[in-house]
Design a protein around this ligand. Structure first.
Ligand code: NAG
Ligand code: NAG
Ligand code: NAG
Length: 438
């Protein structure tokens, strides 16, 4: 077992079992089932951990380069009368140009890229059609509801019969190997609790809108066919990823949640957050919640092709301990800062477009909390080919020679920030029509 993997076991499992961070866990009593789940989850996260993260970055850069070239080529073909595909980034090109996407939805299970590559969700499982927007029974949810779908033990590809607004009475606790696929209809999770991905692996959330999520009181909630337990108050996160691995969130629009829009904590790893649209929110994305959670050192996250739009304040993302690739995102006038962190995280900011707010005191992209310079100067924070507008600037730190050397072995660079407009044009929930390219 790699050193960091062992560390995760030594650190995460005992802290979870001892309930040291119980206030974050949401579980009132860690019974035998949950203890086993936490242990299994750590094992999966350690297996998903990539011991050569630079290689994952380079691979992703190559895929971006190739997709831009292919878009270029198909644009030229279109000029010559051929079929045109508007998808510009490697994730979208994997499925959006295919007119048969709705007949072969599970092909999306091969489209995750970055650290979340290999997340297949419910691929290979049955289709489950949600027909009922209600959410009335937390212990024995009705057939046809989203809650009934996500607690099943086998892999499921979950789709929706029609457009609907689902107001969750309590947090939606997901079981392993699920895809929530909102393509082709308009699905909103709104005005209630959010989605909780805790101690499970292999989850895809795709093509929905999550907004106006509020805290809920908790209570008895079922998390799988054979188990339920007492949950304490939920925070009001849009998507809460906790001790989970292989999670891919794509083309989701998030705004107006009470806590974070997306939080990933407690040694979650192998995550990709892509093509999402974030608006109107204070704490946008927290990757690692606490300076004392040393187990987060195995956290590896790709944040790509997202649009950080109007009314956002801070944490896009905030990173602790782990390895973070923030690439080709569009940042438009944050209020305090864009990318923050503490506890020696490695942050590679690559080919983003940063448009600073007009406030002269908030032009800096980066933020290092209360830490003094002599501490943070060793943190490896790197900006490569970013585009800075309206006075935005990035304060780099740390010794990059090792990362640079590994990156230089390969020729392909990330696309520079000027390509961001093209790469993120379709961020957020899409409006796709069956039987046509999306
Ligand atoms: C933990 O993993 C073991 C071995 O794969 C499995 O049999 C068991 O059901 C898992 N437990 C839980 C609670 O997921
Ligand atoms: C797209 O094609 C144009 C003209 O052929 C070329 O100048 C440009 O570099 C190409 N872009 C990419 C990403 O290949
Ligand atoms: C784009 O077209 C060029 C020239 O026709 C070709 O060499 C290249 O392989 C094409 N790239 C892709 C990704 O299709």
């Amino acid at each position: 077992m790699p050193f960091l993997g062992l560390l995760a076991f030594v650190v995460v499992v005992p802290t979870v079992l001892a309930g040291t961070y119980r206030q974050d866990i949401g579980i009132a009593h860690l019974d035998r089932f949950l203890q086993e789940r936490a242990y299994n989850a750590t094992k999966f996260a350690v297996e998903a951990y990539n011991r050569n993260p630079e290689s994952a970055i380079l691979k992703f850069n190559e895929q971006i380069q190739e997709s831009l070239e292919a878009t270029n080529n198909s644009t030229r073909r279109k000029l010559n009368g051929g079929e045109r595909c508007m998808a510009t980034n490697p994730i979208d090109r994997c499925w959006r140009c295919k007119s048969g996407w709705a007949k072969n939805r599970q092909a999306l299970g091969e489209c995750a890229r970055g650290f979340g590559e290999g997340t297949t969700g419910g691929m290979g499982g049955c289709m489950y059609v949600v027909t009922d927007a209600s959410d009335d029974d937390m212990l024995n949810p009705k057939k046809g509801t989203l809650r009934h779908a996500v607690i099943q033990d086998k892999p499921l590809w979950i789709i929706f019969k029609r457009s609907m607004i689902i107001t969750l009475k309590q947090e939606l606790i997901m079981n392993h190997d699920k895809t929530i696929d909102g393509r082709g209809v308009q699905v909103h999770i709104a005005y209630g609790a959010g989605i909780t991905i805790q101690f499970v692996h292999n989850i895809i959330i795709h093509g929905i809108r999550i907004h106006h999520i509020v805290p809920k009181s908790g209570g008895m909630i079922r998390d799988s066919l054979g188990h339920y337990g007492f949950r304490t108050v939920s925070d009001g996160d849009g998507i809460s990823i906790f001790g989970a691995s292989r999670v891919w969130v794509d083309h989701v629009s998030l705004d107006h949640c009470s806590d974070g829009l997306i939080d990933a904590i407690m040694a979650s790893s192998a995550l990709t957050i892509s093509n999402c649209k974030f608006n109107h929110h204070n704490d946008v994305m927290l990757l690692g919640a606490n300076d004392n959670h040393r187990g987060d050192v195995i956290m590896q996250v790709t944040v790509a092709f997202n649009r950080f739009g109007k009314g956002l304040v801070q944490r896009m993302p905030t990173c602790r301990w782990g390895f973070f690739h923030v690439v080709n995102n569009d940042y438009n006038k944050w209020e305090k800062y864009a990318i923050g962190g503490s506890r020696n995280p490695i942050i590679i900011s690559q080919g983003n477009r940063f448009r600073a707010p007009d406030n002269v005191h908030a032009k800096e992209v980066t933020h290092r909390d209360h830490y003094p310079r002599h501490v943070w100067k060793r943190w490896k924070w790197r900006s490569v080919n970013d585009l800075f507008l309206n006075g935005a600037f990035f304060v780099a730190s740390g010794d990059h020679s090792e990362i640079d050397q590994n990156l230089k072995k390969y020729m392909v660079q990330a696309k520079d920030g000027s390509a961001v407009g093209q790469l993120t044009r379709y961020a957020g929930m899409l409006r796709c029509t069956h039987a046509r390219p999306c």
